[in-house]
Design a protein around this ligand. Structure first.
Ligand code: GDP
Ligand code: MG
Length: 178
C-alpha cells in the first residue's frame, strides 16, 4: 500500500509529462527494456511499467512508471494521473520550442496541483538531433535552476543519459521523498 515504504524496499510513483511526440514512451522503453523502436508511432494505449533498482546497501527502489496514453494532447490531463507522484519527469524535444513551452506549462501545473514535495526533472530529449536543435541547452538549464529541478538532455535513440536520468538523480532524490 502507499506509504508502506521501509528502509529496504522503497516504492516511488513516477509520472511522465510533456507534449505528444517528445519521446516519453521511448525513454521509458529504453530504460525498462533497453530498446528503441524507430518505427514506433505516437503511443496509443495506457501503459504502466515498473523497474526495480538495487542500491549498494541492499535497499531496493521500485519505480512505478506511469506513461500517458496520449491524453497529454488534451488540455486537462486528469490530476488523478499525477496524484501521489513522488517524481515527475517533464520532457520536451530539443528541436521543438513549442514542446519546451508546454513543458513549462506542466511545471506550473504540478507546482499548483502536485504533491508539495514532488521531485521534478526537466528532460530535453532527442539530443541526437543536434543539427535540428532549436532549444539551447542553456535555456533548459536556466529554467530548471529557477524552478529547483534537475535537468538533463537525453536521447532515447542512442541511449545517451537515459540511465543517468533514472539511476543517478532519482536514486539521489529518494532521500527527500521517502
Ligand atoms: P511520446 O508521445 O512522448 O510518448 O513520444 P514517443 O516515445 O512515442 O516518440 C515519438 C517519436 O519520436 C517516435 O517516432 C520516436 O521514434 C521518436 N523519438 C523518441 N525519442 C527519440 C530520440 O531520442 N531521438 C530521435 N531522433 N527520435 C526519438
Ligand atoms: Mg507516449
Amino acid at each position: 500500500s502507499e506509504g508502506a515504504n521501509d528502509a529496504k524496499n522503497l516504492k516511488v510513483k513516477l509520472v511522465l509529462l510533456g507534449d505528444s511526440g517528445v519521446g516519453k514512451s521511448c525513454i521509458v522503453l529504453r530504460f525498462v527494456r533497453g530498446q528503441f523502436d524507430p518505427t514506433s508511432k505516437v503511443t496509443v494505449g495506457a501503459s504502466f511499467l515498473s523497474q526495480t533498482i538495487a542500491l549498494q546497501d541492499s535497499t531496493t527502489v521500485k519505480f512505478e512508471i506511469w506513461d500517458t496514453a496520449g491524453q497529454e494532447r488534451y488540455a486537462a490531463l486528469a490530476p488523478l494521473y499525477y496524484r501521489g507522484a513522488a517524481v515527475a519527469v517533464i520532457v520536451y524535444d530539443i528541436t521543438s520550442p513549442e514542446s519546451f513551452a508546454k513543458a513549462q506549462y506542466w511545471v506550473k501545473e504540478l507546482q499548483k496541483h502536485g504533491s508539495p514535495d514532488i521531485v521534478m526533472a526537466l528532460v530535453g530529449n532527442k539530443a541526437d538531433l543536434q543539427d535540428r536543435r532549436e532549444v539551447p541547452a542553456e535555456n533548459g538549464i536556466e529554467y530548471a535552476e529557477k524552478n529547483g529541478m534537475f535537468f538533463i538532455e537525453t536521447s532515447a535513440k542512442t541511449a545517451d543519459n537515459i540511465n543517468q536520468l533514472f539511476e543517478v538523480f532519482f536514486v539521489e532524490s529518494i532521500e527527500s521523498c521517502c
